[in-house]
Design a protein around this ligand. Structure first.
Ligand SMILES: Cc1cc2nc3c(=O)[nH]c(=O)nc-3n(C[C@H](O)[C@H](O)[C@H](O)COP(=O)(O)OP(=O)(O)OC[C@H]3O[C@@H](n4cnc5c(N)ncnc54)[C@H](O)[C@@H]3O)c2cc1C
Length: 483
């Protein structure tokens, strides 16, 4: 009787390095069947958006190539996880299914269903094992003294650290025993994850290298070039001062434990004692905090954590929403951010906060509209981080910015893009304007506009709202929440 194979079910862990499920499967010595299942139905409206699909395609192609170097092929299957995984396990007589844990409510349900089907007494029993890896620490291991979830970041950060260092990353397997039986697999191309007509992904290809090697290279570049300047530079969208690891982390092309320990050993090896390291690790832990919130409050993507915000009098304004989405609001820092997002699938964190505040508080549009747009257009779209961040800006989430703190797009632009370089890059029709007018071009003298080739209302939109008026309206709306 040939040895029964083990299925390694890849999910948001598209890597070979520090992959506990794969390492454990390899350690048994059994033949390994690596699979990926494209499940478009279970996630409902939160199935991956167009930008995420682009990334997924390339990440799966990279993983397939990496597995091929071990003599394995990645089996790609389409359908509901809860049907496809147990069916395959039965077909090939698998001894077990090993996988990394995921945290979206529908993914948690899928894990349980697969477990229940394969472990109940019946014609086929398989061992179902779930491994950590997507987070530094498991959400259940971090709780308040009373055993409740944290809703404030700083005590969460402290609690995460109290439990000791996150576990050390595991090495890549040296050798993986392939399963000899030929299995049916879909062809990645047939999943049509890439845009075809039109192909809008040119800017994505220029910006990113999806896959594990791309992720590790990105981490190294960040450590070498930007970690020491991170504390001062992380708010500057005109500089390459953040890691841009978010899509790699979302797809699990590298683990947060790898990021954590690599950053620490890089700093220790250089004798670096500045605060860039801690500030960076704290940002990484915002990702953990968001996952913690989603696990404990699965309604996070759809409903405000502070329920009284359901009373907020949002405006239905399709023209304004469209102008925001397309980067044509007439506010240069907002438009630059929205165009960077459209072109590259990513936006700098400071600018995400500015554009989100603008949508919610200047246009009075429901934060969920912005959340959905980001979901479709971000390559790092992540259910937990996206929902938690939108709620944070809206003032209705955990440890949120107070609602009455309303970003002024002109002063934010002048402070964080002081020379206007970020705006010039993404809003080229304003490139000729001097820095002092670039964040409020409608205030520039006529002669200056003429010299720079800018005609407000023609070459660049007139502001679609008056910020001072909008601010008053937003605060008036907030009164309804309070009462
Ligand atoms: C409205 C809004 C929506 C957002 N949506 C997402 C999203 O869908 N996916 C996502 O990964 N991040 C989201 N963020 C958080 C943050 O903007 C990005 O994680 C960050 O810009 C990614 O760039 P980076 O990798 O260069 O970050 P760095 O500054 O290098 O930080 C390192 C890592 O820490 C994590 N991180 C940093 N800041 C945050 C944060 N505020 N919240 C959660 N994790 C953080 C990310 O994994 C990031 O890769 C959102 C923020 C806002 C304001």
């Amino acid at each position: 009787m040939p040895e029964r194979p083990l299925i390694v079910w890849f999910r948001q862990d598209l890597r070979l390095f520090d992959n506990a499920a794969l390492t454990a499967a390899v350690a048994t010595g059994a033949p390994v069947v690596p699979i990926y299942v494209l499940d478009e139905a279970s996630a409902g409206k939160w199935q991956p958006g167009a930008a995420s699909q682009w990334w997924l395609h390339h990440s799966l192609a990279a993983l397939s190539a990496d597995l091929a170097s071990y003599g394995l092929s990645l089996h790609m299957l389409r359908g509901r996880h809860i049907e496809v995984v147990p069916r395959l396990a039965r077909e090939i007589g698998a001894a077990g299914v090993y996988f990394s844990r995921a945290y979206e409510p529908w993914a948690v349900a899928a894990e349980k269903a697969v477990h229940d089907q394969l472990t109940q007494a019946g014609d086929h029993q398989a061992e179902v094992r779930r491994f950590p890896g997507f987070l530094l620490k498991e959400p259940e291991d971090i709780a308040t003294k009373e055993g409740n979830p944290y809703k404030v970041y700083t005590p969460f950060w402290r609690a995460l650290n109290l439990g000791g260092e996150p576990r050390k990353p595991l090495p890549r397997p040296q050798k993986i025993t392939p399963h000899r039986q030929k299995l049916k697999s879909d062809n990645l191309k047939d999943w049509n994850l890439l845009p075809a007509k039109p192909d809008w992904a040119g800017g994505f290809r220029e910006t990113w290298v999806p896959g594990e090697q791309g992720a590790l290279d990105r981490l190294e570049t960040f450590l070498e070039n930007a970690l020491t300047g991170y504390a001062g530079g992380r708010d500057r969208p005109d500089r390459e001062s953040t890691s841009r690891l978010s899509p790699h982390l979302h797809f699990g092309e590298l683990s947060p434990a790898t990021v954590w320990h690599s950053a620490k050993s890089w700093a220790a090896g250089r004798g670096y004692e500045g605060n860039g390291l801690e500030v960076f690790l704290k940002e990484l832990v915002w990702r953990e905090f968001s996952a913690h919130l989603l696990i404990h409050f699965p309604g996070l993507p759809d409903s405000p954590l502070r329920a009284e915000f359901e009373r907020y009098p949002w405006h239905d304004d399709n023209a304004a929403l469209h102008a925001w989405q397309k980067g044509r609001t007439g506010f240069p820092i907002v438009d630059a951010g929205m165009r960077q997002l459209w072109h590259t699938g990513w936006m700098h964190n400071r600018v995400r906060m500015i554009v989100a505040s603008f949508l919610i508080k200047d246009l009075l549009i429901d934060w969920r509209e912005g959340e959905h747009w980001f979901w479709d257009t971000l390559v790092d779209a992540d259910l937990a981080s996206n929902a938690a961040s939108w709620q944070w800006v809206a003032g209705c989430g955990a440890d949120a910015a107070p609602y009455f703190r309303i970003f002024n797009p002109m002063t934010q632009g002048a402070k964080f893009d002081p020379d206007g370089e970020y705006v010039r890059r993404w809003v080229p029709e304003l490139a000729g304007l001097p820095a002092r007018y670039i964040h409020a071009p409608w205030q520039a003298p006529q002669a200056e506009l003429a010299r720079s080739g800018v005609v407000i209302g023609e070459t660049y939109p007139r502001p679609i709202v008056d910020h001072a008026e909008a601010r008053k309206r937003a605060l008036a709306g907030y009164e309804q929440v309070k009462n």
